[in-house]
Design a protein around this ligand. Sequence first.
Ligand code: CMC
Length: 431
Amino acid sequence: MSEGSGPHLSVTDSRSGETAELAITDGTIRATDLLGLKDPESGSGLRSYDPAFMNTAACRSAVTYLDGEAGVLQYRGYPIEQLAEHSTYLEVAYLLIHGELPTPDQLSNWTHEVTTHTFVHENLKSFIQGFRYDAHPMGMLLASVGALSTFYPDAIEIHDQEIRRSHVVRLISKMPTLAAFAYRHNRGMPYVYPDNDLSYPGNFLSMVYKIAELKYQPDPRLERALDVLFILHADHEQNCSTSAVRAVGSSQVDPYSAVAAGVAALYGPLHGGANEAVLRMLRRIGSKDRVADFIDGVKAGNERLMGFGHRVYKNYDPRAKIIKKACDDVFEVTGVSPLLEIAVELEKIALEDDYFISRKLYPNVDFYSGLIYESLGMPAEMFPVMFAIPRTSGWIAQWLEMVDDPEQKIARPRQIYTGQRDLNYAPIDAR
Ligand code: CMC
């Protein structure tokens, strides 16, 4: 229980009449301060109950700033719009991980380091080859990034700065390689080794699409559009997968295993799968003239308008605006997707409709991203993989912050026990 003259919250437990003064710091009270109020029956301290962590700050973080009401997203203080316009994914990864934009030398060293660690051990290739032909690529990515820990046993030394850095670089470098191998595996196509002359997104496109040409030359417009998508997906503060990385990492496991936990969380349809649902919805609507009927169905509560609404954003998701622009650039190369005019019409009608306005439902990052991935030739199962590749830098930045935070301990929430107690064991023939 905190006392003192600073800002505080006075609470009285009506059961016992006990009063506590809870210090308010950074707009929050400390849940552990409640422990000073004793439960009159059990004598244990008062707890807070917050399933899904709807109103619990689990850490202090200086990585990503998000204001959902205003529709603001910033990495290390830099607005996402400026980064998407002027930066590259590798520079953004540096920014997230190191906290500052690199100097020209730092960027060149970082790019060199990442680019020269893109190859994976040949046994990892065999490992992926062992999956069924139709294995979900996200399942393959999850398993193979976890398996990386067995190739680098020293990765467990997370407090050794030099060792730690070498694995941070490896994770950023190798995720696209594992992702592309998983893609090729589904197609029964030979895996393509990294091409270290190409940019980060260019190399990924090469590993995915190269056939018999001696050198794959990515279209610069597609390469840039993919880089922008990677920038937009790099971090999003304490979302489900980042919280998973932090929780698992808090046991001081190696970063490959912690990132595997992030991939597992992103595998879930409520997190990494919404853009696939948008695409299915657009296909089902089928044509622009059926949009109004579809919207009526949504308003009647028959289904949701996928790609709209967000737990935190109660305004236009700033990433959605940028993605819409990237769509135009991609379609210039690939030809316009017939689904685009349905999406545009949906957005237009929804943004003018009181049902959506009054509930503050705006397009989110997933509304247009599926259309881009589809135009790039990605099957829907690859969509969460395309999310996991860039999110790796955010996961690592958050993991590093946690490892160095003296306030962090192993994650260990409490519970409200609702089961039976003190039963007597009955032998099987007496039940
Ligand atoms: N279409 C129609 N109605 C909606 C929608 C939607 N997409 N989203 C919310 N609502 C309504 C909902 O029915 C409720 O109405 P009422 O008050 O009359 O009951 C109200 O808006 C509040 O909804 P909620 O479910 O309490 O809001 P939430 O914050 O729990 O849900 C959400 C957020 C993203 C799960 C939800 O908006 C949704 O299901 N959207 C569609 C799926 C989607 O696009 N998900 C991607 C999210 S962005 C990915 C990321 O950043 O990781």
